[in-house]
Every structure is written in structure tokens, then in C-alpha cells.
Design a protein around this ligand. Sequence first.
Ligand SMILES: Cc1ncc(COP(=O)(O)O)c(C=O)c1O
Length: 421
Amino acid sequence: MITCETPVYLPFSPSPAGLLCDRVSVQSIVERVGTPAYLYSARAIREAYVDIDSAFADYPHAIHYALKANSTLALLRLLRGLGSRADANSGGEIAVALRAGFAPGDIVFTGVGKTVDELRDAIARGVGTINVESSGELDRVAVLAREAGRVARVAVRVNPDIDALSHPGISTGLKTNKFGVPLQEARQLYARHRGTDSLRFVGVHIHIGSQITSAEPLAQAARSLASLAIELRDDGVTLEHVDLGGGLGISYEGRRTMTPTEYAAAVVPELRRIGLPVVLEPGRAITGHAGALVSRVVDVKRYPDGRQFAVLDAGMTELMRPALYGSFHRIVPVEPRGGVGSHWDLVGPICESSDIFGRDRVLPPVEVGDVMAVLDTGAYGAVMASNYNRRLLAPEVLVDDGQWTVIRRRQTLDDILALES
Ligand SMILES: Cc1ncc(COP(=O)(O)O)c(C=O)c1O
């Protein structure tokens, strides 16, 4: 049984007929699309979105789904249909959001290291808010907007020096991190650009990290945000919103974790002090549980000391998180064999020893040809894939209401070589 102590909808469930995604047999999809492949449940995405939206129902809010978590067009269209807006982290993500039908005004442009071309383009398109990361970037936006004869809508991203209590690789709110402007400097920045006609300060922004599973750091972030907004109001700056970023974590192990309701309960009292609408930028919490990476066992190896390896046809090229952060994902056989369970290391085919999806996992007997599902890979899975070892990007499939559709075909070698002379 695949369970999660937090009451979320988990789309992948075992059945006598093998693993199901919603009501659809995973094996039947695999037989048609091959492996590796990413499968997503539309229902899980809808439910996760609605859970967050409902949790904030009593406070004015806008959900800007963070495209960086997964920006496949079909998923973006699904989210737009639910009322989501977009958080884009690059010029490419802005372009994809627009193609998915998001209005420019419904996009926040976040991210450290925006290029002049990206900024110029965002200003020309009339992006809703540019979340600026530094005093230099703010100056550049001011000049570019003036040159374009436009007024850029900006928010300053502050770095509150708060420990998100997440993995160091995805914590962004400490003063040792490259993100944002120190809290003490933010007020001066707003003051310095008071009379700049090409800028309109519409918000303040904070994002302290990802996969945050305790409420306190997020409450602290909301407190910092509200306090700064109050100070700016006292300084005569009229803001339209505060942007709390993303970060709400999910349970990868099945243990209880913070729910959207608990998240809202922690931050809304802080936000009420300023009363401005809040922008939320969730990514993982919307698409994470919705996806699984399915992969075939291509080899089985047994060492004399008893260690057993199942070598999969997916690796760090399809799912980088375990190699990058040592992250945990549950792995289940799609059609479990009968027999006694034993310990397995599930590894990828890449020439890197960090290419491991799971160590010492207890699984029923495993044989070459079996298909495994690596769960909770809907966020930061396909988007972080690479062509290392000249491997081809895997297809993506969306399951919706008993039907499934390939929403991104498998890449071909010709797709890649088309870029080369
Ligand atoms: C600025 C910003 N907003 C939103 C997100 C989305 O975070 P998450 O997927 O943890 O909700 C990120 C990701 O790190 C981010 O950098």
C-alpha cells in the first residue's frame, strides 16, 4: 500500500492488476510508450492546486505556479484552467508561460542573474512584476524601462537570513546564499528609486527555500515580509502585494508533513498585519506527488557479499535529485512478483557512482525486464533532465479521467543533432 500520513491525493496505487495511475494500468501505458517515461495524474495536480487555493480562501491571494518545478505545456494549460497564474524564472519560462496562454500581467519574473536581454523582453511584454534580486538589477531595469518608454512593475526580493530547515542545496534565505537583497538594504533601495519614473514598486518578495516541511521558518518569512511592507508604507511607498515565494514541501517518505492549511494558518496572521494580497509561488506542492518516472530493469547484478543491484534504464539524466541532493524517492514494482523480499540497490546506467535512485530497498524478487516506478517525481524531474551520455529526453504522459495522452514525445537523436554542424 502506498500511503501518506498527510491527507493528500496520491495517484499511484497498487492493485491486483498492477500499479495504477488513477484508474489506468501503468503497465498498459508502458507497453505503448516504452521506458523511461514520466507519467502524471491530472487529478493529483487539480487536487493539490485546489488544496492550496482553499487553504488561503480567507485571505486575498494569487497562486503563481512556479514553472521551474515542471513547465510542460499541457500541465501549464491545466493549471491556467484552474485559475493559476505563473512564476517564471527565465526568459524561456516566460515564453513558455505565454504559449500556454498566461497573460503577461499574470506572470511574475523571479530569479537571480537575469540577463539584459531577458529583462528588456520582460519589460516589453509587460510582465506583471519583476522580482529584482539586487541593487544593480534594479538600476538596469530602470534604464531599460526608460529606454523602452515603459514603466516596469517591480518588487525587491529580500534575503531575511532565515534558515528554511531544508536541504542546504535548496535553502535560499540565509545571508550566505546568493539570493535577494539584505533586509536592512531593501528600504534604502526603495528610497533611492523613489523618483525614478520608469519604475513602479508594486511589492516585496521573499523565497527562503524549497521542500520546507515546518511552519516556523515560513511564519518568520511572512513576519519579515509584513514588517518590511509596513515600514515601506510608513515611508510612503504604496504596494499592491507581498510575495511569499514558494517552498511548501511534500512527503517523499509517506510521513506526515505540513499541510497547505497548516501553512496558511502559520503565515496568514502575519500577513494580516499589512493586509495586502499575497502572491504564492508553489511548485513542488502542486506537481510533486502527481508524477512517477517509470523505468525498466536492464540488468541485475549480485556481488559475493550479497549486495544486489537492479540497473534501470533511467538514471540521473531523467531524475537528478537523488544524485544532486541525496533525496529520497519511493520505488515500487509496477507488477510485483510473488516471493520473498530482499534488499536491492536501484541504480541508473550513467557512468557516475552517484547515479543511484535508492539503496537497500526491500523489494519482491526482481528480474530483467521488470518495470519500476519512482514516485513523487512530478516536480524537479523532467525539467532537470539532460542529454548526458547522449541520452534522449523521455516522453511525458498525462492521465486524465481514465484516458492518457502523450504530452511530450520521446526525443530523437535527430532532434539533438539538428543543433550541430
Ligand atoms: C523564487 C522561487 N519561487 C518559487 C519556487 C518554487 O519552490 P517550490 O517548488 O519549493 O514551491 C522557487 C524554487 O526554488 C523559487 O526559487
